[in-house]
Design a protein around this ligand. Structure first.
Ligand code: NAI
Ligand code: F6P
Length: 381
């Protein structure tokens, strides 16, 4: 069995690649970072260090890597004979991966079992997005190729912080992980991924994950950054930050209970587990990493505006989510392109134009005036 995984970064090596290896797949990483590709090819094994209670070291072997910008034909040839393709590149990069998978499908034996495609990004329907990019890339050839693949959306959860260069290709991660995958696209032949669970309806899982883990983590990062903290665990140790995170998650939990029928006590347990994960003092995570790419995080269906908009539609409280958005608007990391762009847009646009452009919220939406007010406050303060 062979898996081609696009994006050999933190989650690629520390989570997706690890579980595919443990499932018995030969692993082919594809990345555009030449030095990383070379380092992977120079190694016979790497270690995933699980830092925190219950964690242990896990060794990954049986891998190689291809630089997809230097050798796209080699990537296509690997995809053509793979059983599984996964990605962990960031939602905005999926459009650049799509042509490689299409090229692989074009070379694939039409009688082979369908390629199992799963995008593992922090985004709702990321595999659907990848499939749409593939359809555009294939053009009129799509109808002939689409039968050679099946597509399943997934929700991946494991905190993998930035890695020190001195660590080579080893990765330090938290012990916890969760990988939920849509069941129906695979019929009787799901991929073999130990620890993953297959679900009939992914929507509740991904929304619970994105609107709890990611809303909470990003809230801690933005409130923490504004309070002057660098480490995420220090931010959570700040009572005011912790209270802001808890309040934002109570609002998203109320939405998740109303929308998906989760029991409030189960959601309270889920929140407690997650806050414990954020507080992990031996995981070297930073507010800069967790707050990265604020424009993506402030977009319409992401972790702040997504749940706040739906909560407002239902008449549920959104004050703490708006406070988190206010802190996100203050995020200032000159090395993060989106943070710099955010600062420029805040300085140049009026509040209503900024709100519409950055959040994608319709001006007629009940949340729009309150969001615009939050933007005005950020601009004046
Ligand atoms: N780090 C984490 O804790 C988690 C991350 N995620 C998601 O996983 C995805 C990746 O995140 P990280 O691993 O943290 O980022 P990362 O930056 O460590 O890894 C991304 C990798 O993709 C590579 N890449 C960029 N463009 C590429 C292209 N065109 N073709 C092939 N590779 C390309 C980069 O060189 C890099 O090695 C994101 O969508 C993130 O939201 C999801 C859950 C947890
Ligand atoms: O690119 P993003 O969305 O910030 O992804 C990383 C996030 O995902 C998480 O791993 C949670 O699954 C957090 O570590 C982090 O906030």
């Amino acid at each position: 069995m062979k898996a081609v995984h696009f994006g050999a970064g933190n989650i690629g090596r520390g989570f997706v690649g690890l579980l595919l290896h443990e499932g018995g797949y030969e692993l082919v990483f594809s990345d555009v970072a030449t030095a990383l590709v070379d380092a992977i090819n120079a190694a016979d094994e790497y270690t995933v260090h699980e830092a925190g209670p219950g964690g242990r070291d896990r060794v990954v072997t049986g891998f190689r890597a291809i630089d997809s910008s230097a050798d796209p034909d080699a990537v296509a040839a690997e995809v053509a004979t793979a059983d599984v393709v996964t990605t962990a590149v960031g939602p905005a990069v999926l459009r650049f991966i799509a042509p490689h998978i299409v090229a692989g499908l074009a070379l694939r034996d039409p009688d082979a079992a369908p390629l199992q495609v799963m995008a593992c990004e922090n985004a709702i329907g990321a595999t659907d997005t990848l499939r749409e990019h593939m359809q555009v890339s294939a053009g009129t050839g799509w109808d002939a190729l689409v039968a050679r693949a099946v597509f399943a959306n997934t929700a991946v959860d494991r905190i993998v912080p930035g890695q020190p260069e001195a660590g080579g290709i080893d990765v330090t991660v938290e012990p916890f992980f969760e990988w939920a995958i849509e069941r129906h696209p695979f019929g009787a032949h799901p991929p073999r991924i130990p620890g993953a669970h297959f679900v009939d309806d992914l929507a509740p899982y991904i929304e619970r994950k994105l609107f709890t883990v990611n809303t909470g983590h990003a809230t801690a990062a933005y409130l923490g950054a504004r309070a002057g903290h660098e480490r995420l665990s220090d931010a959570l140790a700040d009572e005011a930050v912790a209270a802001g995170v808890a309040a934002a998650l109570e609002e998203t939990s109320a939405l998740l209970a109303a929308k998906h029928g989760f029991a409030p006590e189960d959601l309270a347990g889920y929140r407690a587990t997650i806050l414990g994960r954020f507080r992990n003092p031996v995981l070297p995570d930073t507010v800069r990493r967790v707050g990265r790419q604020p424009l993506r995080k402030l977009s319409r269906h992401e972790r702040f505006v997504g749940p706040a908009a739906e909560a407002a539609e239902r008449g549920l409280p959104v004050d703490a989510l708006l406070a988190a958005i206010g802190a996100a608007l203050a995020f200032d990391d000159p090395e993060d392109e989106q943070s710099a762009e955010l600062r420029r847009l805040l300085a140049e646009l009026d509040a209503a134009t900024f709100t519409a452009r950055v959040t994608g919220l319709e001006p007629s939406h009940p949340l729009f005036p309150r969001l615009t007010h939050t933007v005005e406050s950020a601009q004046s303060g």
